[in-house]
Design a protein around this ligand. Sequence first.
Ligand SMILES: Nc1ncnc2c1ncn2[C@@H]1O[C@H](COP(=O)(O)OP(=O)(O)OP(=O)(O)O)[C@@H](O)[C@H]1O
Length: 768
Amino acid sequence: MGREQEYVSRLYRRLDGLRREVSARLAGTLRQVAGGHQGQWDREAAASRYTERLARLAAAEHGLCFGRLDLRDGRRRYVGRIGLPAEDSAGEDAEPLLIDWRAPAARPFYLATALDPHGMTRRRHIRTQGRRVVEINDEFLDPDEARRTGETELTGEAALMAALKADRTGRMGDIVATIQAEQDAVIRSGHRGVLVVQGGPGTGKTVVALHRTAYLLYTYRDLLAKRGVLVVGPNPTFLSYIEDVLPGLGETGVLMSTIGGLFPGVEAGGVEHPEAAAIKGRQEMVDVVARAVRDRQRAPDEPLEIETAQGTLVLDHDTCAPARERARRTRLPHNLARPYFVDAVLDALARQAADRLNESILLPEVIADLDLEPGEEPPTDLFDAEDVAAIRQDLRHDPAVHAALDEVWPELTPQRLLADLYASPERLASAAPGLTERERALLERDPSAPWTPADVPLLDEAAELLGRDDRAERARAAAEHRRRVAYAQGVLDVAHGSRSIDLEGDEEAALTPGDLVDAETLAARHDERDLRTTAERAAADRTWAFGHVIVDEAQELSPMAWRLLFRRCPTRWMTLVGDLAQTGDAAGASSWERVLEPHVPGRWRLERLTVNYRMPAEFMDVATRVHAELTGAPVEEQPRSVRRIGETPWRLEVPAAELADRLNAVVADEVALLGQGHLAVIVPSGRSKALAHEDPDLREQVVYLTVAQAKGLEFDSVVIVEPAEILAEGPRGPNDLFVALTRATRRLGIVHTPDRPLPAPLAGLRSR
Ligand SMILES: Nc1ncnc2c1ncn2[C@@H]1O[C@H](COP(=O)(O)OP(=O)(O)OP(=O)(O)O)[C@@H](O)[C@H]1O
């Protein structure tokens, strides 16, 4: 241990040295007096590079080095959170002092087994507290010995067990020191399409997905730093549960969001009936939104009268229908096709106005008064093409014409389209004829009501169909650019005019700025630079194309949510992790094939995680039997637990009238048993108003949660209240109960009242 302490101290000295070096560079950069915009830009870019590097070095402080590999040729490799090069004095060819866990050379640390030692003779786990080595665990990778004694499938078993037994903290931690072989295969998978990771509860899907993110950022840093990585989780509570993992691994530039957070400018904080959310998630909503858009392109049966400066004009079906046809034939999104519609309508209205004027001027008595030659036809039209164009121009700016056009083909935002749709039973009936009246009634809503997470994919769908007419914006930007170029040219001209005439004859010295840079380039240097991080820019841009997308609890996503996500990831490079046995959302998935084939036919790969690290076998066994009894799902497909604790789940039956008091007493007893650990009380959503908090703080020692809130989380101890109610209330009750039963690491119990029958495996639990 003394020798390892020496080495670890050397690593920390090296880390400190690098931190000092990078800090000094950062300070130097900040001190620089940058010349001009370009200089300022370069300085900012360098400063942000150094800041990022410093953050990475700082994140490596805890558990800097956690392992050592002894190679058969006698060399040693230390594995840690980041790579550390040898000291400068050691020469360029010196081996690195520490290898980043993501580097290929570190891989045997996770894969080597006694039977397949990858050229290693020993794997050593080094546990540190602060900068002090406190424990060492060795595994000798001797194939002969393994053949004699049999081999465990776990790598670094002692370190793994210690990690699993530790108290939970309300925040997920990293597992760099104890990644298991099947997890390593997922983390480093080179698959460039959609990788689906299916695994039962506690198999490490979440933690593996986050480590894969860190691995991809390390391996494809340039590509992913530019395009960004999006991590999608089921709800804000879950996102706060996992928020420390990536920064702890030194990676900060990732955008974490729920589906509800993916429409910039919309806060989807509303809550709605789960059935309404499920309807909004259905595939058929694609047609509903499309019809809602088409319904806003009208050819009115009742003519609209427009009081214009040219007199009263009529906008009727025969005027609108061909104009609409013409605009639709462009196949452009609604707002971009609108100018074609407007053009055609203005043509027709201008003609109509000219005809009206002809009628009002060319009255029979006027014609009779005309001095016509014999045989000469009386005039029928007093306006030539130019006159009609002038009338058209007047109409284009007439507010009454604008108002009429807005009625038949309005410019629409996604928000306005959906708010108008939900607010009108007639609009809903027209756009959603396939829904029942009851289903449509569930969608009805006041326009002032807040948006809900299930609205976001619909808003996104609408945004695609509506498009945004940004011609005015682009014209403004182009004009601004022209202004800058003209200004730059002016600057160069002044510089040229004021060059020193003393230097005449000396060609090189007489170079002026205009010889070195043209006006376009000079103007570009003065254009505003966007100094936001990739994640910030991505968060603000609905059409951002991410380099990689990771989806956790992927089974919960609706078909509409998948459409949104695939739009955000045109390269289709994604990692999806989930468990079909835990699907709770009525719009969620029951088959990966059904979810993915429409988007990436034949181009997705399924990996499985089979070992459960969270629950002891005693808990997993009960959860599996309950799920199998309720759904008929095969027991063999559930994961195997890595440990037993010698304690089974308990059951407490209490009279209904005493439920609240007895529950409080149970909670107090459990807390007393826990020490520093955390307890979750999982309640039916029907009781959540009284018990569960809408925005629970997972750092509290005791939290009350619904199943939906508890999804993906884990606690030392879990108490489930009225499992029969949980079973009865959701659209996928058996899955919900399964989720609740698979959250605990050390203690698990249920509290129920007598008149609700329990599934047999729960009825048979020991009494508390
Ligand atoms: N190799 C490992 N070493 C140490 N701990 C691990 C390892 N793999 C998983 N764990 C731990 O097991 C627990 C369960 O992991 P995680 O939450 O990622 O599982 P999950 O498959 O996403 O579960 P669920 O489907 O229930 O959400 C976590 O505490 C995680 O840190």
